[in-house]
Every structure is written in C-alpha cells, then in structure tokens.
Design a protein around this ligand. Structure first.
Ligand code: FAD
Length: 498
C-alpha cells in the first residue's frame, strides 16, 4: 500500500485533496471508488487534528433541535444508521441518560417533546426509541430522581479516519501522510502543487484541487492559494478530559452546565469516562493550542455538580483539544452555530472545491456531495456508491450471518473471534474485534508463524497489550510511524500507560 513517490510525482491526477481529516479521506474514498485518479496529502498523521479530538459521537445532535435544524438532524440520523451498518465494529449504539434537574434547566415537557421529535426524525432506525425512567443510578448526584433515556452512537474517530483512508487507497487513491502542500499554481486546466515531506519537495499536477483543511481551510486558502476573501468559518476550540470510570453501567449522561450549555460524561475504553466539552472562540493563528487549565477547571467544576464522584483536575489521565471548523452561517453563542457544511466550487481556472464546516457523523454525505461536484466539474458520469458500502472490516455478516443490530453483531463477532483464536486473551480479542472487524485476519497474518497459534506468535509485547505483529500491521497497512500514532490514534493503549 505504501506509495512509490516517483509514481506519485509523475501521474497527472484527476483530483488532489489537501487535508487528511475525516472530510479529506471521505472525499478521497468516494472519488477513488468512482474510478478517478486521486491523490491526498496530509501534512501530519491521518486524522491528527480535529478528527481525532471530537466527542466521538455519531449522532443526530439532539440539541440542534433547539435551533430548528430539523433537516440537518434528520440527515445526520440517517447517516448514523448508515454508519451503524457500514462499520458495526467501529460504530456502536450508546444509550444516553438525561436526568431532570429538580429546579433549573430545560423543563421536562420540553425534553420529552424534543425526544419525541428526535425519534420521529430517526424513522426506520435500528436503535430503540426514547423512554422516561426513574433513576436508580448511584453515579449521579442524589438530587436526581427522574430522567429520559435515548440512543445515539459512539465511535473511535481516529480509526474511522484511517478506515476511510484504507478504503481510498485500496480503490487506487495515492495517500500521502506527513506531506504538506506548500504551494499551488493554478492554470486554466490544471493545478501544479508543490508537496513537501521530511526528505524533499516535489510537484504534482491535478485537474481539480480540493481544500479539505478543516480549521486550517481559511489559512490554506489565504497563504497557499493566495485567495483574498475571508473564509466563512467560525473556529471554536473544544476540550475533553478522560478520567477513571465514573459510571457503573454503560450509560452516558447528557447534563446541563450552569451556563445552559450541554455537557457529556460518556463511558470510554472500558475503564474510563470521557468528559466534555468546552467552547472557546479562537483565531486561525491559535489552532494548535491545547486544552487549558481553565478548561479543565470548568469541566471538573460543572460536571462535579452532577456526578457523585466529582472529577478533580488530578484525576485527569488524558486531556485533548480540537478546533471545530463551523460554517459561519449564524452569529451568537458557539453552541448555536450550525454544524452544517458548505461546498464552494470555483471554476475561474482549474476547478477548486472548498469544504467549510461539517461533522464527523455526516462525513459520508459531505463526501458524496463533494464527489458529485468534482465529477460534474470534470464532466465525468460516475454513480454514487457509498450509501450502502461497508468500511474495511465492517462486513461482520461474513462471519456471523445477517444481523440488524450493531451491538448484537459485534458481540457475536467477538465471540466467533474468540472461538477461532482461543488463545487470544479476552481483552485483546475484544479490542481487535472493535478496532479491525473482519480485518483482524490481516493483523494475525502478520504473526511470526502463519497462522498464529499462540500469543507468543504475535511477537514481543512492545507496550502493554501491543504486540509486534500488530505494530507491523499498523506500519504496513495503516501508515503508523510514531508511538503517538500507535498509542493514541490507531489504538488508545496510551491510556493504559503504554
Ligand atoms: C471538541 C469537538 C467535538 C466534536 N464532536 C463531534 C461529535 O461528537 N460528532 C461529530 O459528528 N462531530 C464532532 N465534531 C466535529 C468533527 O470532529 C469535525 O467536523 C471534523 O473532524 C472535521 O474534519 P476535517 O477533515 O474538516 O478537519 P481535520 O480533521 O482538522 O483535518 C484537516 C487536516 O488538514 C491538514 N492540513 C492543513 N493544512 C495542510 C496543508 N497545507 N497540507 C496538508 N495538510 C494540511 C491538517 O493537518 C488536518 O489534519 C467535534 C469537533 C470538536 C472540535
């Protein structure tokens, strides 16, 4: 899969994409599947920025109903269902409990009405409808008695990115991580791009250029493309904390902060809870700032009002921040800014497609619309194909037969995997099932003896839970190079002191 750069420098591409976050890889996948010659460059690791720093939800966005974004919520709920089917190993149902505060906060009738609408907009979903319930949850503060519960889905955002990149590459795209686009000259019929990696600089030609730089899209347009008009983006940093598990069961909580904002406490990686998030407006000169101590204090303080075991800054085992590239269609609080996306095609010379905004959840739809625009610009008639396609490893039914529910499918698949490789420790089998789905066969194929017959065949344990065979697989098939790639994006073993 690794690319011969000589080849990359001589092929005239149909499309060059800059930016290897979820939107860039999603578009590359779609276009490669339509038969176009595609190149994607990402200056760091794939998904190194916003697309690995999200709340990791595949959701309609319950709270966007308050801003009357019904079309966006309906579209996102349809994508949620598609992703549950396309990648049941990576996208799993998640129940959310929404406790009713005794005094302040959104009134109960409003929550009930919002959830009924959410259920209706999700028509045909495989997930259960919302319900009212009496709480018996000793992880929540004792003043909570009643709640509503509803379903959304959770994912591993970084692995979703890499899955799309694998699919794109297997369909013929040239995927170049650690390669920046540093200059772009526009001709009448094609672009000449200057790419730079750690060793050298070289040029490639492409008929269409796609700016998929997420929060950097405005900066890329200004500094590399020399465009003068301001990007229609509002940049809002959001931070998350990971602390030892707060809840006993598998429910996530949706809670209201004192300032009216919505906060999450989501079960994470078996032993942890993910807390989020904040909203801090930033300029495009401050995109690399991490989660501040003030944000840690805010999240601990606000969530401490809802959880019996209040999180303290010293409990934090991981903190991360990302910048939301919000399409600047509305003023006011960042939480009220639209999560919708816009695509802008400029054909004044070789075509340029710019991507503004979006959500992880709707990446496939965004990619499909972007690919339609690119195909139209190139006068290529290539049909859409991603709506019912699996992501790599998502064809669990090949092992377990048809199954309409992603959680049941993953449980059956994990059991089948353990049956087949009985010597795999259960924790490792569970992790491999979730990370690789049916591609687990390829991980185990990298064992020293083929096929692997014991844990020893996976080679040395490089870090707790990480064996040489998996490292070889991740280097060969998933572009992993550094410990950061291995421990925090291709896996989350960094949380376990890896
Ligand atoms: C705090 C937070 C929580 C979120 N939670 C959710 C959620 O739960 N569910 C959901 O659906 N969405 C969520 N989102 C939104 C979602 O994460 C983003 O919309 C999405 O990840 C944006 O992807 P992207 O590809 O546009 O940007 P990015 O992932 O940032 O990718 C852009 C890439 O472009 C690269 N780049 C820039 N300049 C160059 C150059 N010159 N050459 C090469 N490469 C370049 C960058 O290195 C970067 O990797 C959240 C966002 C944030 C910040």
């Amino acid at each position: 899969m690794l690319v011969n750069r000589q080849l990359a420098s001589h092929v005239p591409f149909d499309v060059a994409l800059v930016g290897g976050g979820i939107n860039g890889v999603g578009i590359a996948r779609d276009l490669a599947g339509r038969g176009l010659r595609v190149l994607l460059c990402e200056r760091h690791d794939l998904g190194a920025h916003t697309s690995s720093a999200s709340t990791k939800l595949v959701h309609g966005g319950l709270r966007y109903l308050e801003h009357f974004e019904f079309a966006l919520v309906r579209a996102a709920l349809a994508e949620r269902e598609r992703l549950l089917r396309a990648a049941p190993h990576l996208v799993q149902p998640q129940r959310f409990v929404l406790p009713h505060p005794p005094q302040r906060g959104r009134p109960r009738w409003m929550v009930a009405a919002g959830l009924r609408l959410y259920d209706a907009l999700a028509r045909g979903s495989s997930l259960p409808h919302s319900v009212a319930l009496t709480l018996h949850d000793d992880a929540l503060a004792p003043h909570y008695r009643d709640a509503h519960a509803y379903y959304d889905a959770r994912t591993d955002d970084a692995r979703l990115v890499v899955s799309c990149a694998i699919d794109a590459a297997e369909r013929g795209a040239v995927v170049l991580p650690r390669t920046a686009c540093v200059a772009a000259a526009r001709g009448r019929a094609q672009w000449r791009l200057t790419l730079r990696d750690a060793q050298r600089e070289w040029r490639v030609d492409a008929r269409v250029l796609v700016n998929a730089c997420g929060p950097w899209a405005g900066r890329f347009a200004r500094e590399v493309l020399g465009r003068e008009q301001a990007a229609p983006l509002r940049l809002v940093r959001g931070s998350h904390l990971v602390v030892p598990r707060r809840q006993r069961g598998d429910d996530a909580y949706l809670l209201q902060a004192g300032d009216g904002r919505v906060l999450f406490a989501i079960p994470f990686e078996d032993d942890f809870t993910l807390l989020g998030t904040t909203e801090v407006d930033v300029g495009d000169d401050a995109l690399d700032q991490g989660c501040s101590d003030a944000e840690v204090d805010y999240l601990c303080r606000e969530l401490g009002r809802h959880l019996r075991d209040a999180p303290r800054p010293t409990d934090v085992v991981w903190r991360y921040a990302g910048v939301r590239p919000l399409h600047a269609s509305r003023r006011g609080r960042a939480g009220a800014a639209s999560r919708d996306f816009a695509l802008e095609l400029d054909t004044d010379g070789a075509p340029l497609l710019e991507v503004w905004g979006g959500k992880l959840t709707t990446f496939r739809l965004l990619a499909e619309r972007a690919a339609d625009r690119v195909c139209a610009a190139l006068r290529v008639d290539a049909p859409r194909w991603t709506a019912s396609a699996h992501l790599p490893g998502g064809d669990l039914e090949r092992w377990i037969g048809p199954c309409a529910h992603a959680d049941v499918a993953l449980a059956r698949f994990t059991a089948a995997l353990q049956q087949r490789w009985r010597w795999l420790p259960p924790e490792l089998a569970r992790r491999y099932a979730r990370a690789y789905g049916t591609r687990v066969e390829r991980v185990l194929r990298d064992a020293r003896l083929r096929p692997a017959r014991s844990l020893a065949d996976l080679g040395a344990e490089v870090r707790p839970g990480l064996y040489a065979a998996e490292v070889a697989h991740l280097r060969r098939e998933e572009w992993a190079r550094t410990m950061q790639d291995l421990l925090w994006r291709r896996s989350k073993l960094g949380l376990r002191g890896g």
